[in-house]
Design a protein around this ligand. Sequence first.
Ligand code: FAD
Length: 497
Amino acid sequence: MARYDVVVIGAGNGGLTAAATLAKAGRSVLLLERHNIPGGCATSFCRGRFEFEVALHQLSGMGSDAMAGPLRGTLRDLGVLDKVEFVQMDTLYRTVYLDAVDITLSADWAKMVTQLQDRFPKEKEGIGKFFDLVHNFCLQMISGVFMGDPAISREKYPLYFKYAFKSSQEVMDEFLVDPVLKAVIATYWGYMGLPPSQLAFMHLAILLFAYTQFKPFHIKGSSQALSNAIAEIFLENGGEIRFNCAAKRILVRDGKVTGVETEEGDRIDTDYVVSNASLIATYAELIGAENVPAEQFRMMSGSTVGTSAFVIFTGLDCKPADLGIMETTNFISATIDLDLAFARTKTLDPPLTMLLSCYDVTDRDFSPPGTCQTAIVTGQYAEPWLSVPPSQYADTKYRYAEQMLALVERVFPGYRDRVEEMEVATPITHMRYLGHPGGAIYGFNQYTKDSRFFVPPTSPIQGLVFAGAWVAGGGYQPTLMSGGSAARAVLKSVRNR
Ligand SMILES: Cc1cc2nc3c(=O)[nH]c(=O)nc-3n(C[C@H](O)[C@H](O)[C@H](O)COP(=O)(O)OP(=O)(O)OC[C@H]3O[C@@H](n4cnc5c(N)ncnc54)[C@H](O)[C@@H]3O)c2cc1C
């Protein structure tokens, strides 16, 4: 029977970085992936003459050589920076609330604040105070929490303790009046999947801070280039990958990992498993309830499966400027009532908010000459889709897509006439390709108690560690970095044995 130091289940961002870090540390590692390519969400696919980016709209945490963000260090240590080119965006986003406001915000902190003050002059002072708070709050969160200050206290980090767990809405309400202004500032709520009334202030604050300090990025050649590069580094360091090979069981005896069984019936001996699959599938299906302490299920029962996504991928037979697409990142919303927009993500009624990304605006080689591509995404939970009978699935999907395109037409007239290629993904598509419950793209809903400050990568099963969105929170930066944490937890355990 084959034996490896570690078996990694799943080649999403977290699984890939865990596997590469462990292989670089000299461990023998087998990576099992049920799909035929590496990346999980971080992949691409081809239709006609277009290669479509599946997931990445804006990469956070990169920064520049001069002002390196936390992700840059992780990717440099892995050797990724020698293999992949990252493309910086100069603006955070254009956000259009139909019939209310149309504003583009710079990714430069001072410019962004001035732009908001110029557009909402009556709130100049409140805007200044709010962004001072965001800035100082984030500095305290970075020093106290991210850097792990052992002397963290309410006295030393008063802003952090006062505001971290308040809702974003509550904190905006303290400083700002105009609901349109608040909707503009909260535009990134979609990246966390919760509206400002339910989103902890720390999440909105760190999004605004991180994207302005370290800028939003995209990846030359799509996020598949990044996933391929990490897989390549893993192989160069002696790792082995099996594609089209799902893990079926994690074998556990007396509370300890002893091996893994694949869907093909192979048994692999190992003392360590890093799971990039969901916590739910790992405990309930791969291990089995009989081997998991009941306390673990009790803890998970307080969490809810997070949002999936509905995405329209289009290849257009024109340049972005021909349609007036001047920004890479364009949010389009039909309402400033973000609670209502969130409620819609749990129904099949017309979506009220969406994001249209056009990578060709910042990267002119992204699509074939004379063309461009867009990804139009809106948050969607799986439940309503699971009740659509198979015979009505295609009609429902295209009707839903039509409703989104109608909104897009209001901002970019003539858009539909330029569509050469189109593909649509629903939460069912994400369930199929990721294997996660509800096709969740960010793991559990990111309520404060489920945020990465409270969910460790380790588990009550000795030798089982997690990497990815279900423990780290969703998004490229947290999941790519979570692989390193998982690998370090394994290496520490090996040293202490
Ligand atoms: C449409 C869309 C847009 C997004 N936009 C952004 C964005 O702009 N910025 C951002 O930061 N994030 C974005 N995200 C979120 C981000 O892509 C994800 O949170 C992140 O990639 C998840 O990484 P992960 O490590 O959790 O693994 P996942 O991507 O969830 O991959 C898990 C992997 O495990 C494999 N697997 C599961 N079970 C098994 C098994 N039993 N055996 C073997 N393999 C298994 C799956 O096949 C998959 O490859 C977006 C996601 C989507 C879908």
